[in-house]
Design a binder for this molecule. Sequence first.
Ligand code: FES
Length: 263
Amino acid sequence: TDLKVLDLVPFGQTGGEARFFALRLERPQWADWKPGQFVMLRPAGWALDMLWARPFSICRISARDLVIFFRVVGRGTARLAQLRSGDVVHVWGPLGNAFAMEPDTPTLMLAGGIGIAPFIGYAHTHPKPWNLWMDFGHRMPLGCYPFESINEKIMADSHHEEGPEDLSRFIETMGRRMREFRDQNGLVLACGPTPFLRTVRSFALEYGVRTQLSLETRMACGVGACLGCVCRTTEQWPDPAGAGGNVQTCTRGPVFWAEQITF
Ligand code: FES
């Protein structure tokens, strides 16, 4: 699908330089999508050495737009940061699986940095009770996220909580919050950088909390063909052989139960 850029909003500035961007595209004509799914995206007319598209979690799809968040980490994302209103991008999606939706289950969303993106959509579509908890190692208070409807929804429900900035306190508090949700037979969902997910996974296994992780993996094709995104599964993986093995994150994930994968 070719979609036009509506606008590109920088946020989370430090020292005058934008660290994060919210890219708003015109709404695609997709019948359905679910929070946790992602898109592959590439600007039209990208140079040959940048042919590969990049994967991005869907932040939301509204009646008017499709929104993704990204951080500049290399040439590809630096090029994305130069997009202007009216530019055209190629978008493939929605791809991958989605987070579990259990309307009656207390749900704790753990977001590391722009790992908040899929939870914006989740908070919009999942009835309460849910609770959003954020990693502020990234120093990005909730009010920094662009788009009125994002902040409106999350702030109005006031179920969010900010993690302490000190790392050891942050980890300790996160473990406590996960134990609380275990005691309520709750569900924990996490999205963020790999070290963050590793910590969440170790708490999930230690405390026996039902936990899903959305993996951040480099992807080239997004459709299971290049094998560039494999992750290692455990014997808990629902494979008839039950032995675990490498699976493609793009088609079998990106969301996995904590006990199904290993880093
Ligand atoms: Fe190509 Fe997953 S990105 S197989």
